[in-house]
Design a protein around this ligand. Structure first.
Ligand SMILES: Nc1ncnc2c1ncn2[C@@H]1O[C@H](COP(=O)(O)OP(=O)(O)OP(=O)(O)O)[C@@H](O)[C@H]1O
Ligand SMILES: [Mg+2]
Length: 351
């Protein structure tokens, strides 16, 4: 968060084949990605896939075995090079906020500013408390704040020294569901207003998809795909990524170019493929309607009603089950025969 104007498209952070082993465990197995300055990235993946390790490598708390890391155009880790954390201009926000419990909000935010000149230091604490909407609460002690307010203090403290990069490790997991949605929207707005480059770690997909400009999916210590939330959801590069992001039905198919023959008729493939494939069909891209039992043998097996939508499991004539997402208005009886139609082009993965 330098004060000088930003050059568009400048790289905020770049990792090149970064590797970190703990004994026999490869926690990072060649992590590579680049993030533009001022963009927000979510690092999404199952437990143990290496998300925290990647953040710690970027921050400098871990030393990479191999690979290179650049922050704000400067090499901070590379062959025989390891810049210590305090020289990396990186701010961190952790799951448990890590506020100092015995000093007030103002002093918590002031903590990392000893390099600032005195009057600038006072001004800066005021600025960031203002930015996070806590201007009047400098005198409060951390225990006198709500969970959401504590999270904003933690964010203010990370932003205060004007770092080049902010890293947030599961920052919302301490908050209950309702507060969480509100706080993450606030945090996004604050980071955007500050022009920050930031990486969030989360294993909550909805959080990742709704919060950031780009999502990187990590599986087994590696980034499998990095893309906008929309692209990642619509065009996952592999079956594994598709399964990890959102709900996925897979149907067997036989593809020629963009035409795939499946149990549900001929579907259009988003990308040309030849041969046997697994076809990804999202539950919301399936339509079902009641059918006379004499002609149709797909049947409703289960109906899970959530309020804003519902998930209906249909057993196909072939025996396979698929999930269908519908609005709340539809009612189907268990065992009801239905016709099934897939809407729009699909993704297919060679088998
Ligand atoms: N200091 C360490 N010593 C040994 N193994 C470690 C260490 N830190 C992490 N690991 C191992 O490295 C792998 C990646 O761990 P990491 O903490 O990066 O996962 P994560 O993606 O953050 O998981 P979670 O979602 O559960 O927080 C795991 O198998 C973990 O057990
Ligand atoms: Mg972790």
């Amino acid at each position: 968060m330098n004060q000088q104007p930003r050059v568009p498209n400048e790289i905020g952070v770049k990792l090149d084949n970064v590797t970190k082993r703990f004994g026999a465990v490869g926690a990072a197995n060649g992590v590579s990605f680049g993030l533009e300055q001022g963009h927000l990235l979510a690092l999404l993946g199952p437990s143990g896939c290496g998300k925290t390790t990647t953040l710690r490598l970027i921050a400098g708390f871990e030393r990479a075995d191999e690979g290179r890391i650049e922050i704000g155009g400067q090499l901070v880790a590379g062959p025989r090079q390891h810049r210590p954390p305090e020289k990396r201009r990186v701010g961190m926000v952790f799951q448990e906020y890590a506020l100092f419990p015995h000093v007030n909000v103002w002093q918590n935010v002031d903590f990392g500013l000893e390099k600032f000149e005195k009057s600038r230091r006072r001004q800066r604490v005021g600025e960031v408390l203002d930015l996070v909407g806590l201007a009047g609460l400098g005198e409060r002690m951390p225990h006198e704040l709500s969970g959401g307010q504590q999270q904003r203090v933690a964010l203010a403290r990370a932003l205060a020294p004007e770092p080049d990069l902010i890293l947030l490790d599961e920052p919302f997991s301490n908050l209950d569901a309702g507060l969480r949605v509100r706080v993450r929207a606030e945090v996004r707005a604050i980071l955007k207003q500050a022009g920050a480059t930031a990486i969030f770690v989360t294993h909550d997909q909805e959080e990742a998809l709704s919060l950031v400009d780009e999502v990187a999916v990590m599986l087994n210590g590696r980034v499998c795909q990095m893309a906008s939330p929309q692209k990642l959801y619509r065009q996952p590069v592999s079956r594994d990524v598709a399964t990890f992001i959102g709900d996925a039905n897979f149907l067997p198919g036989e593809s020629r170019g963009r035409q795939i023959e499946t149990l549900l008729g001929t579907l259009e493939s988003q990308v040309p493929v030849d041969g046997p494939v697994d076809v990804l069909v999202r539950p919301e891209n399936i339509e079902i309607s009641p059918a006379p039992s004499a002609t149709h043998v797909h049947r409703v097996r289960q109906q899970l009603f959530f309020g804003h939508d519902q998930l209906i499991t249909v057993q196909l004539a072939s025996g396979e089950a698929i999930d269908v997402r519908l609005g709340p208005a539809y009612t189907f009886a268990i065992n009801q025969p239905v016709t099934v139609r897939v809407r729009g082009p699909v993704m297919a993965y060679p088998r």
